[in-house]
Design a binder for this molecule. Structure first.
Ligand code: FAD
Ligand code: SIN
Length: 558
């Protein structure tokens, strides 16, 4: 992997990958050597949600019956909304993805009794053990594996601390035929905006759970790729389905530390403060019911009893078992004074995963030629109304390969005419920000509004309340964006308010309760909505020159 190159502007590349999580890194590795690949990340190369993944990667390694059950489990957990053809394709690709990772020397945990086989754990919604993992730090090991492989490739360049602000498209430059031509990117350390031109661009920016006050996600999960894709003219689907993970450690000092579902998969039980188990009262699969059901049950218990949290107990499995299976979680909890080998852990649900995203086809192709979306940013149709545990990393790997295959197949056409005339980023009409407090205040208000009004249980009245607040915040943020120089926080906030709007609009559109979207005003599932997705279609992107600040135009979508 070459060192960060000196910034000659504009930077040209065959393939620009925005994001260095599992999806972005895997795509880069799957592309042929003759293509010049540039990965940018707004943080360090190791960043995003991927390194935090605990449970593992779902893959049916147990033959045909296992494959069929994995397909059914995915559709059942997704409240029958997942697209069967997509589920079949992605699930069937699972074993080959695990084999690929093994070929890269991913240190999967092996079965103690059969050391030639992988140890498989179980999580909610899975009818059997099916989750390949590296102890309880699968994401960290996966990232190390992919990063090592990327470093060995001379055609891949990485630019860290580069935050993509907006996509550059032919239509926005006034052409009638659209194509993605690259992106405007803030070089955070140098504090300047660079233009990156690319023949193919991929959004691999992860999810948007940071829109909520309490989340398991790291700070950068602000839905940038979804917002950029939407602004550029891509359809976005199913944004109402924000997944809440049932068991985040309830400890303010921990800043959203997840307690893996594999803890329940290995026998952990959920308890009220008085020590009684409650999940059997909510679902026949008890603690291993799909995630939406467990999160809603905890939410109901917390509200009914007026308590702060419930408790997750696995202490009865003994120290040796816990230290072997959950070494990282055990160590981290000890740092906060909780010994899970001796006592139950206090837990609460927190926003965890964005099931919706930029709509793509089976080649990870978006609505804009030359633009792909992969991983959590994309909406393939795999997850439906609720993602099955550990299907996300699987989807990252499969969509990354899909996109890479497509790029390799496409003729390497010369860049469209318009790319010759990409205007440089225009800062002539903006000044340095004068009131950074506007940004921090709006961040906080936005995330609080979503948590309070667009949470696990929704009502139409609360959704309208959220919509009103988002509209006010949106105007203020767009006004601020139009007048002041961009910063990392401002770019993220601008995206986050777009995401909040997409979530609320989608939630208001779905007049039923299904999976992660539970509305007191529409408590039933509409059987006719089986194949119905909430697809939002953007207004046509306005060309840059029509707006005052043309390098960074963001027409408000009605
Ligand atoms: P990410 O890994 O989130 O990477 C996003 C990348 O994009 C980062 O490099 C970021 O810096 C970059 N980026 C974002 N915006 C910009 C921008 N504007 N410009 C430039 N770069 C940008 N799933 C499973 O299947 N199994 C699990 O066990 C599991 N456990 C999880 C545990 C936790 C605590 C969390 C938070 C998630 C877990 N998930 C799990 C979900 C899964 O980890 C994520 O869905 C997946 O890692 C997303 O990968 P990604 O490549 O799409 O994005
Ligand atoms: C977990 O380990 O509980 C997270 C798994 C996932 O989000 O798929």
């Amino acid at each position: 992997m070459p060192q960060t190159p000196a910034q000659t502007l504009p930077h040209d590349t065959d393939v620009l990958i925005i994001g260095s999580g599992a999806a972005g890194l895997a795509m880069a590795l799957r592309l042929p050597d003759h293509l010049e690949v540039l990965i940018i990340s707004k943080g360090a190369l190791v960043g995003g949600s991927t390194p935090w993944a605990q449970g593992g990667i779902a893959a049916a390694l147990g033959g045909t019956e296992d494959l069929e059950q994995h397909i059914e489990d995915t559709i059942r957990a997704g409240a029958r909304l997942p697209k069967r053809d997509v589920v079949e394709r992605i699930v069937r690709a699972g074993p080959a993805q695990i084999a690929w990772l093994e070929s890269l020397e991913m240190p999967f945990t092996h079965d103690q009794e059969h050391p030639d086989r992988l140890h498989l754990t179980r999580e909610g919604g899975h009818s059997r053990r099916r989750v390949a993992h590296a102890a309880d730090h699968t994401g960290r090991s996966l990232t190390e594996t992919l990063v090592n492989a990327v470093k060995a490739r001379s055609n891949i360049t990485v630019l860290e601390h580069h935050n993509a602000i907006d996509l550059i498209t032919a239509r926005r430059l006034g052409e009638t035929q659209d194509a993605c031509l690259g992106a405007y990117v803030l070089d955070i350390k140098a504090d300047r905006v660079v233009t990156i031109r690319s023949r193919h661009t991929t959004l691999a920016t992860g999810g948007a759970a940071k829109a909520y006050l309490f989340t398991t996600n790291p700070d950068g999960a602000t839905g940038d790729g979804i917002a950029m894709g939407w602004r550029a003219g891509c359809r976005v689907a199913n944004m109402e389905f924000i997944q809440f993970h049932p068991t985040c450690l309830y400890e303010p000092r921990a800043k959203s530390f997840l307690i893996s579902e594999a803890v329940r998969g290995e026998g952990g039980v959920l308890l009220r403060p008085d020590g009684t188990r409650f999940m059997p009262e909510h679902h026949p699969d008890a603690e291993l019911a799909p995630r939406d059901i467990v999160a809603r049950a905890i939410d109901a218990e917390i509200k009914r009893l007026g308590i702060d949290c419930v408790y997750l107990d696995i202490s009865f499995k003994g120290r040796e078992f816990i230290e072997t299976h959950f070494p990282m979680i055990h160590r981290r909890c000890l740092e906060f004074g909780y010994d899970m080998t001796r006592e139950p852990l206090p837990v609460v649900p927190a926003a965890h995963y964005t099931c919706g995203g930029v709509m793509v086809d089976e080649h990870a192709q978006t609505d804009i030629p030359g633009l792909f979306a992969i991983g959590e940013t994309s909406h393939t149709g795999l997850h439906g109304a609720n993602r099955l545990a550990s299907n996300s990393l699987l989807e990252c790997l499969v969509t990354a390969e899909d996109a890479a295959r497509r790029v390799a197949e496409l003729p390497s056409a010369p860049p469209p005419q318009a790319s010759a005339a990409i205007p440089p980023w225009d800062e002539s009409q903006v000044t340095d920000p004068d009131e950074a407090v506007v940004v921090t205040h709006n961040w906080d208000e936005l995330r609080r509004s979503l948590w309070s009004y667009v949470g696990i249980v929704r009502t139409t009245k609360r959704l309208y309340r959220a919509r009103d607040r988002i509209n006010l915040l949106r105007r203020e943020i767009h006004d601020y964006y139009a007048h002041f120089r961009v910063s990392n926080n401002l770019i993220e906030l601008r995206n986050l308010v777009e995401i909040a709007d997409l979530i609320v609009r989608s939630a208001l559109t779905r007049h039923e309760s299904r999976g992660l979207h539970y509305s007191k005003d529409f408590p039933d599932t509409n059987p006719r909505a089986d194949h119905f997705n909430t697809v939002l279609v953007p207004a046509p992107a306005r060309p840059y020159p029509q707006v005052r600040d043309r390098g960074r135009s963001t027409p408000l979508q009605d």
